[in-house]
Ligand binder design. Sequence first.
Ligand code: PNS
Length: 164
Amino acid sequence: MSTLAVYPGSFDPLTNGHVDIISRGARLFDRIIVAMLMNAEKSPLFTTAERVEIARAVFKDQPNVEVDTFDGLLVDYVERRRAQVIVRGLRAVSDFEYEFQMALMNQRLKPEIETVFMMPAEQNTYISSRLIKEVFALGGRVHGLVPDMVEARLRDKLAAKTTR
Ligand code: PNS
């Protein structure tokens, strides 16, 4: 039996921490679906279409990585896709409480779906989409923390904002 995993999230934007977890998942499972929650935030920086485009471009050479979107309950999506595993990244103890709650709620909703936590490489443990957006908006350098395409798109967004 092949194992299909779902790695859900907002990915606004995709960071090297996400890329790290997806690459680990792609080695561990037969296939991993990067599942982007649609309308996660009221005003996301990147549209769903942009986030999907970026992730597809970053993983274009990895045939066992699929990029998709979902809405509604995560466990319903996982079941619909006939996946067995939810992958989540754990960076620090501070992530644990929220992740623990979600894993247990998802377990209660669909006990047959297993949540697997993976740790990124140490140099990726402090990266978060929220901090990337904040640092970049205030003129800080995010090179090496996000894929090059994300950095370029962030620059485009900033340029569009300043010429408006
Ligand atoms: O990367 P994020 O933003 O922390 O991801 C959170 C996400 C998308 C995994 C979570 O919000 C989610 O699963 N949302 C879908 C709705 C749902 O199933 N909620 C109950 C979770 S216990």
